[in-house]
Design a protein around this ligand. Structure first.
Ligand code: NAD
Length: 491
């Protein structure tokens, strides 16, 4: 679809990529270039040339950290942080206060964290006997192709750029076509941060064209993808002919298990936040809450209190708002379809289940109808394991609360999923907490908290939630290979 748009600096977009809308009012606010396979090829060539150029290749880790820290400084500058947070709030519905207060600062901190690693990425010396001296060198992979979703910009971008650049790679990063504005703004800041030309390349484009071109490009050595499990399968297929190093961070249907000895108030606070924050649009959302039968009713009552007290649904720019609209009409329709499926399959809608009208939010139109992709926070009970809302990732403010009897049964239910991203356990027994943590089939486990992720801590999934880890020191492993060097001491 063509949208006539001229940027404030006079640049006209030649090939607009759909519409970027304020997802509360459905007004068009911008359009962005849709990168073609040719554009991706240019970006990959630039990254390849930069990887070989001494302006980057010959930098020490300490020197590589300089533009990384500068980029973090820029993200912490009020004007830039305001712009990034506003773009994210306008296009995704993330509450501005969350974007400005937590998400943008976390992106800056992530870049700083990896800048700190850049001169501490060491190999080993290995004792291989008297006649050999052996050491290893952590060597960058080359050009890293990075594909991100829309829900955590600019943290997802920082989590990709940080370890890749710290290790000495160059990058071609594709931002999501659903909400590219904040990612493109970040690209401008990366240019101002002083990376040598070609080191950081950012493209906006559709997945099927620009994303696929990155995944398949023979000049790309590594693909780091974050997005849905279905797209990850396609990325893996496209990357297979050239055997790229691949990291996949995908979806989930994460369990939170509440035992009868838990602090129920604490469990209600965390399990509510764990799925209802960001309108449920989090990969590691704890969307299946399993509660021991003795405390089930008490827990449900506390959960209801949390939803009623905390889940203020409304304008993302209002300070009190906890939950904004869903990111797009497609996502809104998808969540509504899941709510219908739950009713059709016999679940009880314990609370919520409505849309903007029933949520009492959204701009008032002259017709009297409310607009905006708002979904009421929704809690399902009487849910059976075969139901879609129990098994599938909804990516909306929806949770199932299901009773269990024993620890063994809870673990069987928790692990009865194709996913393995995240899990949480609530109990006052130290032994049980660690026993259950050990048995969870998930890459990230929280005890007496849920979905409280941290850039210093490895994050990744098992089963169909992904391959490899990001963040923390583990994030570095994804962007280097180990080269061994053996010296013949007898020569
Ligand atoms: P998506 O899979 O639709 O898109 C993700 C990215 O992949 C976008 O940039 C898109 O353009 C690109 N893409 C689409 N088709 C492609 C193709 N054929 N080849 C290459 N790239 C392609 O996901 P989304 O709707 O943007 O995000 C929501 C999903 O992301 C959820 O499933 C969520 O769980 C997941 N997610 C996972 C994590 C994690 O760290 N595990 C974090 C955030 C989101």
């Amino acid at each position: 679809m063509e949208v006539a748009l001229e940027a404030p600096n006079g640049v006209k977009w030649t090939q607009p990529l759909g519409l970027f809308i304020n997802n509360e009012t459905e007004e068009v606010i911008a359009a962005a270039h849709a990168a073609t396979a040719d554009d991706v090829d240019k970006a990959v060539r630039a990254a390849r040339a930069a990887f070989q150029d001494k302006s980057w290749k010959h930098l020490s880790g300490t020197e590589r950290a300089v533009p990384m820290n500068k980029l973090a400084d820029l993200l912490e500058t009020d004007a830039h942080a305001d712009a990034l947070a506003s773009a994210q709030a306008l296009t995704t519905g993330m509450p501005y206060a969350v974007a400005r207060g937590r998400v943008v600062p976390t992106a800056a901190a992530t870049l700083r964290y990896y800048a700190g690693w850049a001169d501490k990425i060491h190999g080993q010396t290995i004792d291989a006997g008297r006649s050999k001296a052996v050491y290893t060198v952590r060597t960058p992979l080359g050009v890293a192709g990075q594909i991100v979703p829309w829900n955590f910009t600019p943290v997802s971008e920082a989590a990709k750029l940080g370890p890749a650049l710290a290790c000495g790679n160059t990058v071609v990063l594709k931002v999501s076509e659903v909400a590219p504005l904040a990612g493109l703004y970040l690209a401008g800041l990366a240019r101002a941060a002083g990376f040598p030309p070609g080191v950081v390349n950012v493209v906006s484009g559709r997945g099927g064209e620009a994303g696929a071109a990155i995944a398949a490009h023979p000049g790309v050595d590594k693909v780091a993808f974050t997005g849905s499990t279905a797209t990850a399968r396609e990325v893996l297929r496209l990357a297979a002919p050239t055997l790229k190093n691949v990291t996949l961070e995908t979806g989930g249907k994460s369990p939170a298990v509440v035992f009868d000895d838990a602090d129920i108030d604490n469990a209600a606070v965390w399990t509510h936040r764990g799925v209802m924050a960001l309108a449920g649009q989090m990969c590691s959302a704890t969307s299946r809450v399993l509660v021991q039968e003795g405390v089930y009713e008490r827990f449900l009552a506390r959960y209801r209190d949390q939803v009623e007290k905390v889940s203020v649904v409304g304008d993302p720019f209002e300070a009190a708002t906890f939950q904004g609209p869903q990111v797009s009409r497609a996502q809104y329709d998808r969540v509504r379809a899941y709510i219908r499926s739950a009713r059709d399959e016999g679940a009880t809608v314990y609370m919520g289940g409505g849309d903007a009208e029933s949520a009492g939010v959204g701009p008032q139109l002259s017709s009297g109808n409310k607009k905006g992709f708002f979904v009421e926070p929704t809690v399902f009970t009487d849910v059976k394991p075969g139901m879609r809302v129990y098994r599938e990732e909804i990516f909306g403010p929806c949770v199932v609360v299901v009773p269990f009897r024993t620890e063994e049964e809870a673990l069987a239910m928790a692990n009865d999923t194709a996913y393995g991203l995240s899990a949480a356990v609530f109990t006052s027994s130290v032994a049980r907490a660690h026993r259950v943590a050990r048995e969870f089939e998930a890459g990230t486990v929280h005890i007496n908290a849920a979905n409280s992720n941290d850039f210093r801590v490895p994050f990744g999934g098992t089963k169909q939630s992904g391959i490899g880890s990001e963040l923390g020191e583990a994030g570095l492993a994804a962007y280097s290979y180990t080269k061994s060097v053996t010296v013949n001491l007898d020569a």
